[in-house]
Ligand binder design. Sequence first.
Ligand SMILES: Cc1cc2nc3c(=O)[nH]c(=O)nc-3n(C[C@H](O)[C@H](O)[C@H](O)COP(=O)(O)OP(=O)(O)OC[C@H]3O[C@@H](n4cnc5c(N)ncnc54)[C@H](O)[C@@H]3O)c2cc1C
Length: 448
Amino acid sequence: MSYNIQSLRAGFLGELFEPKDAGYNEARRIWNASVNKRPGLIARCSGIADAIAAINFGRENNLLTAIRGGGHNVGGRGLCDDGLVIDLSRMRSVFVDTATQRVRVQGGATLGDLDRETHVFGLSVPTGIVPKTGIGGLTLGGGVGWLVRKYGMTIDNLVSVQIVSADGQVLTSSLSENDDLFWALRGGGGNFGVVASFEFQTRSVDTVLGGFLLYPREAAFDVIRHYRDYIQSAPDELTAYAALLHGPDGTPLVGIISCYCGSSADGERVLRPLRTFGAPVMDGIQPLPFPAMQSLLAPAFPDGNQNYWKSTLQRELSDDAIRLIVDHGKRMSSPLSFVVLENYGGAAARVSKDATAYPHRDLPWDILFIAQWTQVEETVIHRDWARSGEEMLRPFSANAHLLSALDVETDEVVNTAFGQNLQRLAAIKKKFDPDNFFRVNQNIKPEA
Ligand SMILES: Cc1cc2nc3c(=O)[nH]c(=O)nc-3n(C[C@H](O)[C@H](O)[C@H](O)COP(=O)(O)OP(=O)(O)OC[C@H]3O[C@@H](n4cnc5c(N)ncnc54)[C@H](O)[C@@H]3O)c2cc1C
């Protein structure tokens, strides 16, 4: 690449890393060790002024440009080879306004950053379930987590964003300003600009009743079937996922992880049918400060492992599908891998399919085959296990995907994440990024 980095350096307050610089290898490292990209330049911004400078520099020098938030996109879309990475990992401030009960979060913050600050005031924002995930990629992809059934998806709690567009302009986007862009940002991914900050409505969530129920794997079919029937008539206060997993000593297990967001007495009553079913080897359900609930799964997703994900959204979870999932769990090629069965619905399902760019409000089940392992030379075995799980479920699949759960995929698969909203998204992409400057993402081509 030929460009004069001095022109960027002159007014840049953050850090710039080229391959020759100390710190470059650390700066290009992300959570998933399967991603090994070597950007030509990493611009770690100190704030919005740096982000504007980096966008202008990338555009003027015709550089392939990626946006890195929390670095947790499974396929490594926060990085690119050779080009420019606009790295927001220093922009992690969180400000709670107790008068409006709103919170402003910088674009590089993690879920953990957000939970830590809002918890001081007994407040929370519905996000995801692993604290090191970036609020940037998660929100722009929709965002599902422990409060999804009670308070909806992350995008359903978004009030406004401050975004820098491809031409370096700062825009505010909300229901009353640049509303077309605001619609697109709620599920359209990182296609429209660098979000410098998000503003969310918070919810009064302080302590929840939550934790694991674990059973021997032999009970998997019965446990998952019971969970399916139970969750479909459970109140919105409860979100619960099921998983096939292994214990720390390698014992195959089936687990239900629950989060009840309401009074403890009601939670005890609501959770009783789940907790009295079968013979759990562990019942860890207890009152938890919300950030502790948010951190329960952190040890299962450490930095530095190899990862590959496949997933599929389903309208229903039939007995036949459960049987296939349990069988595939027996073939799990690594004890670090999981099959996770996530159920959404509730408040998330009461938003209409075209109210935001996220179109799959009517598909409550997401089945994820999460392959995780340590030795790079074993990649094919573990990737194939995840792939064959998703292929096996195609007869039950809605041919639709949650954007944020996608690994590297074909355009055809990525388009199924946008579904019926793709055309409108393409028109908005053309308006705000006609040259497709922001294309290192789950890309929406500007409408022809
Ligand atoms: C361990 C783990 C757990 C997860 N759990 C959940 C979960 O519970 N719920 C859920 O909904 N998802 C979950 N996800 C998926 C996650 O939301 C997506 O992978 C998301 O892309 C991660 O965002 P990030 O900012 O960390 O990613 P990055 O890799 O930094 O960014 C990914 C993409 O997002 C865009 N982007 C990020 N920040 C910005 C910004 N400020 N402005 C503009 N574009 C930006 C860019 O296009 C970028 O290419 C999980 C992922 C992992 C790895």
